[in-house]
Design a protein around this ligand. Structure first.
Ligand code: ADP
Length: 491
């Protein structure tokens, strides 16, 4: 089974969020199950630098009026990566999607349509990897709007052999562009309608993929249901409800090699469920590093997140005074909304020793926060899957989460029944508002006051399987189901 994973991000090469983690972890997990996934990435500067071994496989058809090449890197023992080498589109300093002015690059439509055309070409033609046999995927697996058009181009080109899956990591990002670009994006004018790529008079990249994919997945069963409703469907709920029989929610796993408290180079001390004592050393080291009062008895709450409306950190700032008054501490790592950043910095300044705010992106610190904290708070208004609560489970940092999307699917609330049954792993709150969040924090303090119970919940949480094993098997079953269909059916 050969799968081409088409994505704009893939950890550890290039990452702005959870999409990268998923795309980085899935290929090795599938390799363990006997499936061969090769990733196709745009040739961003970070990718070109880190894949210095990449060799030229050949020319691609012109992309956006310029020459482009297909490269292959085989440096990773379980990771092979195709790269679209098109410097005019991808070789620019700074953010993947934003220019120096903080706004989307003006040619984003052209960039990702071109990337998707390269993917469709590769799916159809295959690539000669070792001078002999051509590698041609059975499945084109596209991720998010940046890659979604690859599925549509495959269909427009009459490729009936490649089955396709589109995974939606976050429906909030859809790649919507003005219709004046139809010709320059090589989109067929006759598919610009309600049941094609037209989205409220615009071109919808994600919509095109949703319409034409054989199967659609998203990253948790609850989110798969939520996006079929007006509250979470972002204007696509009708289409998604209409495709419900082809829509599957598969929870993400985590890369349990790079996220392993027993073997994590970023940590002050290793620990595990059977030898948990190192966690206290991690907490002490974190408090010291962040200038918090060194106090193991104070419950330390953390958050590692983009600062956007989705993530609900504004709700957390409202309940923070109560949390601090109860003797808790709070440490946060993130960046985004300037107003929120400003507010958080203000809170840190007025509560030195109790609140720490680090703005920016810092991978080692994100590990240290997971290890040294007692609770990770994820108060998202919506959350397709969420990864930080999964890292929290593995690191024995109890997730306190909004009961939405993947958060609802991966955390078991420490209510009395779950505690008595020994199956609780964290705290949930609903609805997503300040009052419910405040009550969940109150329950957290109540459990914290019972150290034996807290430790039992922590041990159970750390023992949960949050790896890719089960989820990779579910993707494989999905691929298998598509390959078993005849090409005519698959088309
Ligand atoms: P999303 O993809 O919506 O941003 P997820 O929870 O699915 O949210 O994934 C976020 C990923 O990015 C996690 O791996 C998290 O640890 C990481 N992350 C977010 N913000 C930062 C930051 N400021 N520094 C380091 N890692 C971060």
């Amino acid at each position: 089974m050969k799968i081409l994973s088409v994505t704009s991000e893939c950890a550890p090469l290039v990452k702005t969020g959870g999409l990268a983690d998923v795309c980085g972890a899935l290929p090795p997990a599938l390799a363990g199950l006997g499936a061969e996934m090769i990733t196709l990435l745009p040739g961003y500067p970070a990718v070109m630098e880190r894949l210095a071994d990449a060799r030229v496989l050949g020319e691609l058809p012109e992309l956006a009026g310029h020459r482009a090449r297909l490269l292959l890197s085989e440096a990773g023992s379980d990771r092979r990566v195709f790269v679209v080498d098109a410097p005019h589109l991808f070789m620019r300093a700074g953010h993947l999607y934003l220019g120096p002015d903080g706004k989307d690059w003006p040619d984003n439509a052209l960039r990702f349509a071109a990337f998707s055309q390269a993917a469709a070409h590769l799916a159809r033609q295959g690539a000669t990897l070792n001078g002999k046999t051509a590698w041609r995927p059975d499945i084109l697996h596209a991720h998010d709007w940046q890659a979604a058009l690859s599925i549509a181009y495959t269909r427009y080109q009459g490729d009936i052999h490649t089955a396709s899956i589109l995974t939606v990591h976050n429906l909030a990002f859809q790649g919507v562009f003005p219709p004046g670009l139809i010709a320059s994006l090589n989109l067929p004018a006759n598919d610009f309608h309600l049941h094609g790529y037209e989205f409220y008079g615009q071109i919808g990249f994600l919509k095109a993929g949703l319409v034409h994919a054989d199967k659609i997945t998203t990253v948790s069963p609850t989110y798969a249901r939520e996006i079929q409703t007006p509250a979470h469907g972002m204007g696509l709920e009708g289409l998604l409800a209409g495709r419900a029989s082809d829509l599957v929610g598969i929870v993400n796993g985590i890369d349990d090699r790079s996220w392993d408290p027993a073997n994590d180079p970023a940590l002050a001390a290793p620990y595990s469920v059977s030898k948990p004592t190192g966690k206290a050393a991690c907490k002490r080291a974190l408090q010291e590093r962040l200038g918090l009062t060194v106090d193991l008895a104070a419950p330390l709450f953390c958050a590692v997140t983009r600062l956007t409306h989705q993530k609900g950190i504004d709700l957390l700032t409202e309940v923070l005074p109560g949390l601090l008054a109860r003797g808790g501490q709070f440490a946060m790592l993130g960046s985004g909304d300037a107003e929120l950043e400003h507010k958080l910095i203000g809170l840190a300044a007025s509560h030195s020793g109790q609140v720490s705010v680090t703005l920016g992106y810092d991978e080692p610190l994100s590990h240290q926060l997971q290890a040294g904290s007692d609770v990770i708070v994820v108060p998202s208004r919506f959350e397709p899957c969420g990864l930080t609560q999964l890292y929290g489970l593995r690191y024995g940092t109890l997730p306190l989460v909004a009961r939405v999307g993947g958060l609802a699917d991966t955390v078991i609330d420490a209510n009395e029944a779950a505690l008595n049954d020994g199956v609780a792993t964290g705290f949930q709150f609903s609805p997503v508002n300040v009052g419910a969040l405040g009550m969940a924090i109150e329950r957290t303090f109540e459990l914290w006051a019972q150290p034996d119970r807290w430790q039992a919940v922590r041990a159970y949480a750390m023992g949960r399987d949050v790896s890719w094993r089960r989820s990779a098997a579910r993707y494989l079953a999905l691929y298998q189901g598509l390959v078993d269909r005849s090409p005519q059916q698959a088309a």
